[in-house]
Design a protein around this ligand. Structure first.
Ligand code: COA
Length: 452
């Protein structure tokens, strides 16, 4: 039987759709369209105000934008200080970050304790949810599985459409607490039904952090090292929020502005995050490196590495997309602070896992790629390693399945999406509705009998 892709009708009319769909590139300049809602320097079009986070990637000197080392602030607190703060106190930090993003201040110890208890109380999924929803029609894609679960949770909510702030916070707390279960159980179900592995469903433990519970639920023996849990916790803290303009958060603003329910808004964000140019990049990084490791004989040879990177850009290697995954960012220029923070811990983990050689290869690519991209592409603001460059490697060293890489991002980012949804609702402005200029020609309607 022929698949739909090879159906002659689909084939013929797909070509037509492609030709018809092409808009003359010059028209974008003529009408000054800000493609990707960004100007030529990469700066985003201003579409909103936020107090949730701030990304700094340039300074203004004598009226000119000058690229600088990247900085990220959650509610005004530097992410570097946040990570250092919870590590110095030898505790997990992702829960604290969620509180900070949602409520605007760092919790004191009583607030933090109450918050941790509230999250633990909200972890339990509705009765039979795992059997009836997650294990029913298990998807090969965990983001799809996560989205299905979130949409189904709507049906279990007695008050799903109420967009009062109190109700949205109630729903957000539940989603933050339940995302780890939805993602991990979705994977376990996939591994069982599609990969013939034993079905493992561990119940999360009260008293463990979200990072610890992810590892506890995922591994059949529930064991993990302190360093593993700590690095996963840092990864969650670093991925929790990134301004209102990133694709999935902006999607949340767009959808929330129509005053739809929380579940629909979160599912829209999940759909955006899944894309390889957004949250899906970390899988691509690991796959790209596994291709590179096979094709480069000497991992210390800068010349050989450079030649491979050039071939990537010329669409002659890996997935032929012309991209070096894990490099570049829509906002950051000289550096992504999350990548720099992460890199320090990656080295320790690589030593613990006996994978120093690979760590060195990653370091070399990190150093060589900006130059190679600069030689082959027009760079306006600089290119450097982004957070996904190392996150995929870290998850891989922890033996976390690739299918869960993007869901782990979602487990973290649900905090940022929730904070932005609340901000959009509190400041309820207009429904978001930008303009598309029509450049089509007017044509008459012709009766079928008179058409060629
Ligand atoms: N590989 C190849 N080319 C790259 C690149 C990369 N990693 N990063 C940037 N470039 C190219 C861009 O495509 C652009 O060329 P073009 O004008 O011919 O399209 C040029 O360099 C300037 O890019 P810039 O303005 O700095 O970034 P952008 O906003 O166009 O793209 C990304 C940002 C994230 C989409 C891009 O860097 C990318 O695709 N990176 C790889 C995927 C990835 O790691 N995504 C995760 C982001 S956190």
């Amino acid at each position: 039987m022929k698949s739909e892709q090879t159906n002659p009708f689909i084939e013929k009319y797909s070509k037509l759709a492609l030709e018809q769909g092409m808009i003359d590139n010059e028209l974008y300049s003529k009408y000054e369209v800000k493609r990707g809602l960004r100007d030529i320097s990469g700066k985003g079009v201003l579409v909103g105000l936020t107090e949730i986070s701030e990304i700094v990637s340039y300074v203004i000197e004598d009226g000119d934008l000058v690229p600088c080392e990247g900085k990220l602030y959650y509610r005004g607190v530097n992410i570097e200080d946040i990570v250092k703060g919870f590590l110095d106190e030898d505790r997990f930090g992702f829960e604290e970050v969620c509180f900070l993003l949602l409520f605007g201040h760092l919790p004191n110890s009583a607030e933090l304790n109450e918050w941790n208890v509230l999250l633990a109380e909200n972890t339990a999924l509705p009765e039979h949810f795992v059997r009836d929803t997650i294990m029913n029609t298990p998807s090969r894609d965990m983001m799809n599985s996560l989205a299905k679960s979130v949409l189904t949770l709507y049906a279990y909510d007695d008050n799903p459409d109420d967009i009062s702030i109190e109700n949205v916070i109630r729903q957000s707390v539940r989603l933050i607490a339940q995302f780890p279960l939805l993602a991990v159980y979705g994977y376990q179900s996939f591994a069982h039904y599609h990969d013939n592995k034993s079905l493992v469903i561990h119940t999360p433990q009260k008293g463990l952090s979200i990072a610890e519970n992810i590892l506890y639920m995922l591994r059949s023996d529930s064991k993990y090292t302190k360093l593993e849990a700590q690095i996963l916790d840092i990864a969650l803290a670093l991925h929790a929020e990134h301004g209102g303009g990133n694709n999935s958060t902006f999607t949340n603003h767009v959808v929330t502005s129509s005053h739809t329910d929380t579940y629909s808004a979160v599912v829209a964000s999940l759909g955006s995050l899944k894309g390889p140019r957004h949250g899906g990049a970390n899988i691509k990084v690991v796959q790209m490196f596994s291709d590179m490791k096979k094709k480069i004989s000497n991992w210390n040879d800068d010349g050989e590495i450079t030649a491979y990177l050039e071939k990537l850009l010329d669409k002659k290697e890996f997935d032929h997309s012309g991209l070096i995954y894990g490099m570049g960012h829509a906002v950051y220029s000289l550096s992504d602070p999350r990548a720099l923070i992460f890199r320090r811990f990656v080295r320790h983990l690589a030593a613990e896992k006996g994978r120093n050689d690979e760590y060195m290869l990653y370091s070399k690519v990190e150093a060589l790629a900006p130059q190679v991209i600069g030689n082959k592409r027009k760079i306006y603001k600089g290119v450097s390693a982004n957070v996904d460059f190392y996150s995929g490697f870290v998850y891989n060293m922890m033996d976390l399945p690739e299918e869960l890489f993007t869901p782990l991002f979602a487990i973290a980012r649900i905090a940022g999406w929730s904070a932005h949804r609340i901000e959009e609702l509190v400041n309820a402005g207009k429904i978001i509705r930008p303009a598309y200029k029509s450049v089509t020609k007017v044509q008459p309607y012709i009766p079928v009998k008179d058409r060629d």
